[in-house]
Write a protein that binds this ligand. Structure first.
Ligand SMILES: NC(=O)c1ccc[n+]([C@@H]2O[C@H](COP(=O)([O-])OP(=O)(O)OC[C@H]3O[C@@H](n4cnc5c(N)ncnc54)[C@H](O)[C@@H]3O)[C@@H](O)[C@H]2O)c1
Length: 336
């Protein structure tokens, strides 16, 4: 049986990844701190849907705890690692910067050290589209320079890419870093715009629309993202055999390491996304136009051709249908 260690297993993306691996008959070893950055009940509700599976276990702990991950590696010898635990959120990194150092840098360091002791077949880890920072050339391609991060969150994500590359090089650990683009869908994060907008619109409250609405995002529907993650788990990087075989590959010349965008390859105006929520809820948003938020970027747009070249997969879900599925879940879950 294949064993996966999934960090952040009660998180939005982690929950769906665990579900997909369990459905395939894998053993899944989860670890999650269940911290209260957002509603812990939502994390618990996701976890409650995983625990009935006999092949699922979860440890409640912070991944930066020294020795914790090494113990889990000693015990379970995971074939695959899916590293999703992190302090997420651009805006909160201004309020609580220490959380980003501890979870994103300290936690990833502990994970890589544990993997050095018991190398898995493949480690896949979450980075972020925010790693592209001040880059204005669109769509974002993995080989573009990404040196000017605009928030500490983005900086820790870019730094984990660099740290992971060094471990891949020094210790031969095969690692794929995912640059995720604004993921949304059922069981999504309450700190993100789709969730905040939907709750405010349904309750008749004002929504804050930043940069006076002049924002665009490449919105990625959760089911598409999880399918891409699953397929990329099998696309193990090997710089000695694969170098030069894919045009535009981000494969390192000196390590089994690559970076892959996971996005819809579509840049949707924020106002269109709000209109999709209005359509799905049957209610009109009360918009409060606000200036740009510090640390944020006005637009994101993924070039997802490397994802397609590696897996044959192209994300499918457009905003109208993704938002409709999100709003249906929201109404049922929150009984509104
Ligand atoms: N959702 C998105 O749009 C998006 C976009 C880009 C990147 N990402 C990245 O994808 C990953 C998953 O994101 P998500 O949206 O599922 O977020 P999430 O916050 O729902 O999930 C992260 C989980 O990790 C746990 N966690 C946080 N710090 C921890 C620590 N130190 N030790 C153990 N557990 C810890 C949290 O309790 C949470 O359950 C993160 O690395 C995030 O930065 C997400």
């Amino acid at each position: 049986m294949t064993t996966a260690l999934v960090t952040g297993s009660s998180g939005f993306i982690g929950y769906f990844v665990c579900r997909a691996l369990l459905d395939e008959g894998w053993q899944v070893v989860g670890v999650d701190s269940m911290n209260d950055y957002y509603d812990v009940n939502l994390k618990q509700a996701r976890l409650d849907r995983l625990t009935p599976s006999a092949e699922f276990t979860q440890t409640k702990a912070t991944i930066e705890t020294p020795g914790l991950l090494l113990d889990l590696f000693d015990r379970y010898r995971p074939d695959v690692v899916v590293h999703l635990a992190a302090q997420a959120g651009v805006r909160y990194s201004i309020e609580n910067p220490a959380a980003y150092f501890e979870a994103n840098l300290g936690g990833t360091f502990q994970l890589l050290e544990a993997a050095r002791a018991h190398p898995p077949r493949h480690m896949v880890m979450a980075s972020s589209s925010s790693a592209y920072g001040a880059n204005t050339q669109m769509p974002y391609h993995e080989n573009m320079k990404a040196d000017h991060q605009m928030s500490l969150y983005a900086a820790t994500k870019k730094a984990t890419e660099n740290i992971a590359h060094s471990y891949a090089h020094l210790f031969g650990l095969p690692i794929t870093m995912f640059r995720f683009f604004t993921v949304y869908g059922p069981w999504g994060r309450p700190d993100m715009a789709p969730h905040k907008f939907t709750s405010a619109i349904l309750e008749g409250r004002e929504i804050s629309v930043y940069n006076h609405g002049d924002m665009r995002r490449d919105f990625t529907y959760i089911a598409d993202l999880v399918q891409a993650v699953r397929l990329l788990v099998d696309a193990v990087p090997n710089h000695t055999t694969q170098h030069g075989s894919i045009a535009g590959d981000s494969l390192s010349p000196v390590a089994p390491f690559r970076v892959v965008n996971i996005g819809n390859s579509d840049t949707v105006p924020l106002l269109d996304f709000i209109a999709a929520i209005e359509e799905a809820t049957g209610k009109t948003a009360k918009q409060k136009l606000m200036p740009m938020q510090p640390g944020d970027v006005p637009a994101t747009w993924a070039d997802a051709s490397l994802l397609k070249a590696l897996t044959g997969y192209v994300p499918q879900t457009d905003v109208a249908s993704g938002v409709a599925q999100f709003v249906a879940w929201y109404r049922e879950y929150y009984k509104i």
